[in-house]
Write a protein that binds this ligand. Sequence first.
Ligand SMILES: *[C@@H]1O[C@H](CO)[C@@H](O)[C@H](O)[C@H]1NC(C)=O
Ligand SMILES: *[C@@H]1O[C@H](CO)[C@@H](O)[C@H](O)[C@H]1NC(C)=O
Ligand SMILES: *[C@@H]1O[C@H](CO)[C@@H](O)[C@H](O)[C@H]1NC(C)=O
Length: 431
Amino acid sequence: MMSMMKPTRKLLFVLCPMLVLGFIYYSSGKLHLHVWGQKPEPVVDTLLTVGRIVGSELAAEAQPCLRKSRGTVNPPTLGPDCRQEEYVGRATSIQKSSVMSDGRKIVRTKNVYDKQGFLLKLDGKLPPELVYKYGNLSEGACKPGYAAAKMTAIYPKFMKPAPMFLDRNFKRLGKVSNYMPPFGFKTQERIIDTILSATKNFGLGPELDSLSCKKCIIVGNGGILANKSLGSRIDEYDVVVRLNEAPVSGFGKDVGTKTTIRITYPEGAIQKPERYEKDSLFVFSAFKPQDFKWLRQMVFKEKLRGTEGFWKSVAQHVPREPSEMRILNPYFIQEAAFQFIGLPLNNGLMGKGNIPTLGTVAITMALHNCDEVAVAGFGYDMNTPHAPLHYYETVKMSAIKESWTHNISKEKEFLRKLVKANVITDLTHGI
Ligand SMILES: *[C@@H]1O[C@H](CO)[C@@H](O)[C@H](O)[C@H]1NC(C)=O
Ligand SMILES: *[C@@H]1O[C@H](CO)[C@@H](O)[C@H](O)[C@H]1NC(C)=O
Ligand SMILES: *[C@@H]1O[C@H](CO)[C@@H](O)[C@H](O)[C@H]1NC(C)=O
């Protein structure tokens, strides 16, 4: 057919669509400005795409970075020519689309997720499906799957399964096998095998492991716990997690008396053998490769030889049976650092400001392994420099130094998201 046309008609055939395209381009630009000028949106990054409802190719052209994502909570999938930066910058989900009287279709996309992948607009409301699911439970009853469901609602990438402790199959944990400590166990496989062959236990114990719903509380060491008489409330939780050498004896009224697990790294371990409490699990969290060697010496009751590589003195002896010792899954350090907080990857190696604090690691563990998660004793109030830093010492807040390893402010941003969305409950309101 084309070959039979006169050259002028051929030219018209080419010109016509170009004019149409030109007009649409021009009007879309105007519309863009118009909408922006008229109603400034409080959204960080609003992207408007305009296309013609007839002529789907053009519509597709107008939004090269998006594929259909309507009606899903997940971030949209990317078009073929979309680079990762564009996705991060625009992280979108189509919110609204409207058809104008002249047939133009306006699709408004909003940046609903932040750089880390958390919903920008957080509130504590329960999604309707959860209102129904928990509707018949009595006040205060444990809500199965609550923390994970709330977490998934604000962070769709969340995948719940991640064992609390390493067990004999630990080498199958793909996400941690390729990272060096603290983000994984690479180079430490043999020593871990040796340790696990002695500990032989990999859970919380028969009673807790068989609970169909577990409420956990992470007790931080903050001075904010002092004089609040929260002890009896803390003791009501099924699992009470304490960190490093934080004492219980003598502080029961404020911090409770029960300890289910105590998570520790070598420099933080209780040094006086008589201060170890009975009936708690000694849970080891490694931050450096040499930490595993220390643990092996503690498990096998060997004499500690050489303490180089530690940044302060370490316990010489841990008076617990191997069956009461566990190794915390390093995935929680990795996930907290790189996924949740967004600390520098540094090729997957420990570096400036990329190590999460033990408290945040413990919260991350609980999100994966508890049905409900609470915290107490977290957060420093920098406006009160004379308040005590820890509940058990007189060291003042003002003594806190710039940390090389942690990024307290970025970490706090993450914890605030969890509190704001009611994923976790903060009993002392310090976060
Ligand atoms: C709650 O109780 C009502 C009435 O007994 C029942 O119809 C409903 O299915 C229950 N909902 C759930 C989620 O169990
Ligand atoms: C807690 O109360 C005791 C005794 O009244 C007091 O000495 C101490 O300073 C208080 N601590 C804080 C952090 O308020
Ligand atoms: C913490 O993160 C912020 C923002 O990324 C950065 O500016 C700051 O230097 C970091 N602090 C440390 C101690 O790494």
